[in-house]
Design a protein around this ligand. Structure first.
Ligand SMILES: C[S@@+](CC[C@H](N)C(=O)[O-])C[C@H]1O[C@@H](n2cnc3c(N)ncnc32)[C@H](O)[C@@H]1O
Length: 245
């Protein structure tokens, strides 16, 4: 049976519905299997159409989702799921699951929630009056990973101290600095020098010809230049490394 998904951007913007792509779904399923084995029971408080659970295939699935259309799609995908078409903030239950997987509507603003939802949140977290919908944690550390869905590889990860006023993602790893090859640079500069000398000589010859200066003076200049080159060619340089030992 094909996987059904509700994804209506016009409506979904209001609920911060950002659908998780298939690569991340598979990645998450791999993590869950690593820690819990195959087919654990799952709770998802922002379940959408059950995208995060697609490759987990939970043995028991408790799903909370505010959009009725998403709940309908979820019911098709998981006929045995326990579905609560309500706001996570109004959902009350003591039931337990092996794990919680959730891609929460993290960009929703507290002030944009209904009065009922706001009241439910402040009953539990009296200090919460604004900001995005987050929750207190026992410490402010979090492990972050930057995952490349095209190559299916983690390209960077770090431990991050949560700052409630600023959210940023893991930065890209520093690119290894390109190694400079001295021989390559030397050859480039030699070629440049040859071109400069050629251009300069052509220009000099042109000036001599235009000014009707004696050609032999130009040739003298060329010979002097050759002498400079020959002198440097024969000059004894530093000894080769083998001979210095
Ligand atoms: C970021 S999407 C994730 C959807 C799906 N789980 C996925 O990963 O592709 C957040 C979901 O939370 C739902 N949602 C928004 N506010 C909610 C609320 N107060 N209670 C429950 N679900 C909510 C949205 O309708 C949306 O389906």
């Amino acid at each position: 049976m094909s996987f059904e998904e509700h994804n209506n951007r016009k409506k979904a913007n209001k609920f911060a519905e950002y659908i998780t792509g298939e690569s991340l779904r598979r990645y998450l399923a791999g993590k869950v299997e690593k820690y819990l084995g195959k087919n654990p029971s799952v709770f998802d408080g922002a379940a959408g159409s059950g995208q995060l659970e697609q490759f987990i295939q939970p043995s028991k699935f408790i799903a909370v989702e505010i959009q009725a259309e998403s709940c309908a799609a979820l019911a098709n995908n998981y006929p045995d799921a326990e579905i609560h078409n309500t706001s996570f903030f109004l959902y009350q239950s003591e039931s337990k699951s092996d794990c919680v997987v959730m891609n929460p509507p993290f960009s929703l603003k507290f002030k944009e929630l209904s009065a009922e939802e706001q009241e439910a949140i402040t009953t539990e977290y009296p200090w919460k009056k604004s900001g995005v919908v987050d929750k207190t944690k026992s410490n402010n550390k979090t492990h972050r990973e930057l995952y490349d869905c095209t190559t299916n590889k983690i390209i960077n990860a770090d431990e991050w101290l949560i700052n409630p006023d600023k959210w940023d993602t893991v930065s890209l790893p520093e690119q290894p600095k390109e190694k400079t090859d001295p021989m390559k640079l030397e050859l480039m500069s030699q070629n440049q020098l040859k071109e400069q000398v050629r251009t300069q000589l052509q220009f000099s010859r042109l000036v001599f010809d235009l000014e009707r200066w004696p050609r032999k003076d130009f040739e003298k200049f060329c010979d002097e230049l050759c002498e400079v080159i020959q002198y440097e060619k024969k000059e004894v340089g530093i000894a080769p490394i083998g001979m210095m030992l």
